[in-house]
Structures are given as structure tokens and as C-alpha cells.
Design a protein around this ligand. Structure first.
Ligand SMILES: C[S@@+](CC[C@H](N)C(=O)[O-])C[C@H]1O[C@@H](n2cnc3c(N)ncnc32)[C@H](O)[C@@H]1O
Length: 267
């Protein structure tokens, strides 16, 4: 079977991948040359040499980013819940001779809570807004990142920022109506015809949520795309009162982990 026939057989494609033989997987993509045009803006904001680095690509789709990161020398773990895309991604990796550098797993982002590995760089693009439980995912991912997170989400229009007060007066909640106040719009029905789009945070909400999970944003190389680093000076909710909630939400025995023998014991 020719490469063109294989592309047809594996379609439809969401990633337009330029293959080594000169063909591409989705040349008529509705977004243009996607995601190459995004990568071209992001690529200089991350280390050029990733030799020896462990990278996690969450929602890898057809593997465009996994391949680019593996080309830079990274050992990539690529996860996606969709068998159709994983099949494309495995085939793509093979076309580039990178099958030994990328390992694929069929996984939900939440399943990462039950793995031990950590990664120098986590690539989390185009998935957050598809999740019903986005903060849970972000808390889980924060436990997986050693150094850097590249985060992209569908967002609300605007780039307003504000200082977040240490405390908000009970009667001062009108601050929440300021345009820059961190908010996330809930999409009850569909956005762009897609029933899997649930949330659209505003710019400040993205910065605030990342900070609340222990990340400082260091760059915004592309629209809706944030490069963030683990910031040890930030005390996150995960590390304080919220720990038992995290354990419970990820299906762990939180009562044992915080030193109780049974769940119902009075404390
Ligand atoms: C909009 S595409 C983004 C693909 C790629 N990350 C990018 O930025 O071009 C979303 C991808 O995430 C996957 N996905 C959606 N929800 C997921 C979840 N809960 N866990 C893992 N993957 C998920 C989808 O199957 C799809 O491949």
C-alpha cells in the first residue's frame, strides 16, 4: 500500500503532519497548516536540546508534538484516550523512525494519578477545555511535572490581568464582576458544534489556576498557549488542607494516607 493510501485508510486526521516522503496527512485542514503554525511560534520557547529528558504528551492525537519533541532527543510518553488517534500516532512515529523514542498508552488524563513517573516537560495542549473535571486534571498533572509545563486551552476572549487579593470581603464580591477577575465560562451545550467542549477560562483564570497548582507562567509564545515552570516558592492547595480531597478524588485511601485507620473514625 502506498503512503497516500495508508493516510486515507487511517483518516480522518486532525493533525496535518508533513511526512518525510513529502506527503501530508491533512493538507486541507480547516485551521490551515495545523498544528505546524502553532509549533513554529512555540518551538523557541522550549529547550532546543531535550536529550535525556522525559516528556509526557497528554492528548497526543496523531503525534505531531510527540514527533517534534522526540526529534529534539526527548524520550516521549504519549497518551490519548482515543484508539483512532493512537493508531495514527504510532504510524506517524514509524514514518519518522522514532518508534523507539515514543511510547504510546491508551489513557485518560486522570489515570496519571495512578502512575509513578515524573517528567521534565509535560505537554498539555488542546485537552483542558474538553474535561469535565479540569482542576482535578491540573492537580494531577502538577504532580507529574519536574520542570516545565506547556499548556494550551480554548479560552474566553481578552487578555486582562489583575492582582489577586489575599482575601475577598464577603460583601465585596462585586470584584468578581471585573473583566480581569479569574473566571471560567461553562459551555452547557456546544461550542463550534462540539459537545465535548465544557469550559473556557479567561486569561487571568489560566494564570491563577496554574499558580494555584504550583506553576509560574514564564512565556506566552502563541495565542492561548502558556509556558509555565514549577515554582517551589508557591504553596499550593495540594500541599495544604486540600491533600485529602485530592486523594479521595483520585480514588486513593485518603484516610489511611493521612494517618486514620478507618474512614468513619471521629477526629
Ligand atoms: C483538540 S485535540 C488536541 C490534540 C493535540 N494535543 C494538539 O494540541 O494539537 C484533543 C485530544 O485530546 C484527547 N483527549 C480528550 N480528552 C482526553 C482525556 N480525558 N484524556 C486523554 N486524552 C484526551 C482527544 O482524543 C484528542 O486527541
Amino acid at each position: 500500500m502506498s503512503i497516500e493510501e495508508e493516510i486515507q485508510k487511517l483518516g480522518p486526521w486532525f493533525h496535518n503532519i508533513h511526512l518525510p516522503d513529502g506527503s501530508s496527512t491533512a493538507p486541507n485542514h480547516f485551521l490551515g497548516d495545523f498544528p505546524a503554525f502553532k509549533w513554529n511560534n512555540i518551538k523557541d520557547a522550549i529547550p532546543e536540546d531535550l536529550t535525556g529528558c522525559k516528556v509526557l504528551d497528554i492528548g497526543c492525537n496523531a503525534g505531531f508534538y510527540s514527533v517534534e519533541l522526540a526529534k529534539r532527543g526527548a524520550k516521549v510518553t504519549a497518551i490519548d484516550l482515543d484508539e483512532h488517534y493512537l493508531k495514527q500516532a504510532k504510524w506517524t512515529a514509524k514514518q519518522f523512525g522514532l518508534e523507539d523514542k515514543i511510547s504510546f498508552r491508551k489513557m485518560q488524563v486522570y489515570d496519571l494519578a495512578h502512575t509513578d513517573e515524573q517528567y521534565d516537560l509535560v505537554w498539555f495542549m488542546g485537552v483542558f477545555y474538553h474535561l469535565r473535571y479540569p482542576m482535578l486534571a491540573l492537580d494531577i498533572i502538577a504532580q507529574k511535572v519536574k520542570k516545565m509545563l506547556v499548556f494550551q486551552t480554548l479560552s474566553m476572549p481578552g487578555k486582562d490581568e489583575m492582582e489577586i487579593p489575599e482575601d475577598i470581603d464577603f460583601h465585596g464580591r462585586d470584584i468578581m464582576q471585573k473583566p480581569a477577575y479569574p473566571v471560567m465560562a461553562f459551555i452547557e451545550k456546544r461550542l463550534a458544534g462540539d459537545p465535548t467542549n465544557w469550559w473556557a477560562p479567561n486569561h487571568q483564570a489560566i494564570i491563577s489556576m496554574l499558580r494555584s497548582c504550583g506553576f509560574s507562567v514564564t512565556a506566552m509564545p502563541e495565542d492561548e498557549t502558556y509556558v509555565a515552570v514549577k515554582d517551589k516558592s508557591l504553596i499550593t492547595d495540594f500541599n495544604t488542607w486540600n491533600y485529602s480531597e485530592y486523594l479521595s478524588a483520585t480514588g486513593k485511601n485518603w484516610y489511611e494516607e493521612i494517618g486514620l485507620k478507618t474512614k468513619n473514625k471521629n477526629v
